[in-house]
Design a binder for this molecule. Sequence first.
Ligand code: HEC
Length: 175
Amino acid sequence: MKIKHFLFPAFMSLSLAWTACSSDDDTDAGTENTEENEDNSETEVTAASGYDADYESQGFFSKTTNVVVTAPPHERVRIFYSDDLTDLIDLSTFTAPVGATAIKEAYDEEGNIANILVMTKQEAGYDSANGDWYYEMRSADGTEVMNDGKIEMCINCHTAAAAKDYLPGTQITDQ
Ligand code: HEC
């Protein structure tokens, strides 16, 4: 009985320490995770996608009217930018206005669109550490959103183009 009494508090405090520790972890990683999760589930509601099925004909311009072959993993692409980026696109450093949208058609080797990638600039605070971009991966016909939000995989690579507000393809042209 005495031993039990002795062991119990010891165990309790251990488990308390562990709980405290793990909930600390949860909070630390969790501030991001929870935010991310919340934002991800809210993302579809709160983050505004600038994707427009008519991007080829209105509201957007392109410097790649034909499919351009770029460095892997984005090998065959056409890129469209919303008109509000017209004056910025050729600068070596700029900040896109809220709502600015880039759409990339990624083609397979047969020359068919494999998927459509979208980035839309959100209000400051959406993801301040990464330029407040909302990322989207859509099906080839653009109708289905396969993945969206602050997609880490996209962010990790696009960070390399932070000077041009995370838009790596602005210099690509077929003209
Ligand atoms: C391995 C690096 C890498 C990853 C991962 C990546 N991108 Fe990109 N992205 C690029 C590069 C480089 C370009 C420039 C065009 C090219 O080379 O295809 C680009 C171009 C784009 C563009 C056209 C706008 C512009 O100025 O280039 C969009 C939109 C885009 N990516 C969206 C996405 C989305 C959405 C994801 C995640 C699902 C993603 N990217 C993942 C490297 C990456």
